[in-house]
Design a binder for this molecule. Structure first.
Ligand code: GLN
Length: 304
């Protein structure tokens, strides 16, 4: 039997003495208010046993981690038609790059870089009667947690400074790959990114990705094939131009966000979330990556 609790405690211990903690994302001014010394880790196994260390119950902005959830909802709404508007290839580029979008005629490389997630947001805005409310209900249902909410200050902050996302959305519109108005789609996108969750809540939300599409209450949200595909996209695209490094060092499908969160999972075994707001130069949590590398090294558990 692996003693997850003692491994998490030692990871937290190592993180607490780390001086070089990376740099907080400040292009969204509201995110820059967070204390760089935070560190939390929470692991939930397939039997719903939970283990945690550090600030695992403190909420933070999940940012791009939300892209996996919006993709899941869009697949439930329009199924395979999603793939007509967004591809499934890793980009090898930073999350906010626009160059490939032009080269590939407005079809984003994958749904986890910003332009791809903006297309997914457009699909949801078209499909849902009350997009922000309905998406929040979807996330709350998956997590079985009605306390999960948007952080309106973060959403408004990003709306004021999200110039690159406005550029991406306008470019998509010029290629005919955005059905709704740029402002409407980005309002939805900034809200989805502003979702606030703790590491513990993230493992409950992502439980279904390790449990063949079934949430903790055994309700089916995704088919086995859809989960397999989403996990494949997380592995190949979840860390932008550091996806190779994450697969190499950690060996799990996962997703990061510029709020400093990372969630990763081993199908049928466990789901783990870390939070440390300082980022490395590629925009992924510096200590979060180190923590997960330590976890899979010490437990000898990975998908490989
Ligand atoms: N909302 C952020 C953005 O669009 C999300 C980026 C991220 O978490 N990598 O820039």
């Amino acid at each position: 039997m692996i003693n997850f609790q003692s491994i998490l405690a030692s990871i937290n211990e190592a993180a607490s003495t780390e001086n070089d903690r990376g740099k907080i994302a400040d292009y969204i001014p509201e995110l820059a208010k967070v204390n760089v010394n935070n560190f939390g880790i929470h692991l939930q196994d397939i039997h719903q046993n939970s283990f945690s260390a550090g600030n695992a119950d403190e909420r933070f902005s999940i940012q791009s981690i939300s892209k996996v959830l919006s993709l899941s909802m869009a697949l439930g709404q329009i199924g395979e038609k999603v793939w007509k508007r967004v591809d499934v290839e890793p980009s090898g580029d930073p999350f906010n790059h626009l160059s490939l979008l032009e080269l590939e005629n407005g079809i984003p490389r994958n749904p986890l870089i910003n332009p791809g997630a903006i297309v997914i947001a457009d699909i949801l805005v078209s499909q849902l009667e009350y997009p922000k409310k309905d998406f929040l209900t979807f996330v709350r249902n998956i997590a079985n947690d009605d306390t999960i909410d948007y952080d309106i200050d973060v959403a408004e902050s990003e709306k004021r400074t999200g110039f690159r996302n406005f550029a991406a959305a306008n470019l998509l519109k010029s290629y005919g790959n955005l059905d709704n108005e740029v402002e409407v789609v980005l309002d939805f996108y900034f809200h989805q990114c502003s979702l606030a969750m703790s590491c513990a809540q993230l493992t409950s939300t992502f439980f279904m990705f390790m449990n063949n599409g079934k949430c903790r209450r055994e309700n089916i949200f995704l088919t086995i094939s859809q989960v397999k595909r989403i996990n494949a996209i997380m592995l190949t695209c979840g860390f932008y131009d550091e996806a190779g490094e994450f697969a190499f060092e950690v060996g799990l499908p996962g997703k990061s966000g510029v709020g400093g969160g990372i969630v990763a999972l081993l199908p049928n075994k466990f789901c783990v979330a870390t939070w440390s707001p300082g980022l490395n130069p590629k925009g992924n949590s510096k200590l979060g990556m180190l923590a997960l590398e330590k976890l899979t090294t010490e437990t000898e558990l990975s998908i490989f």
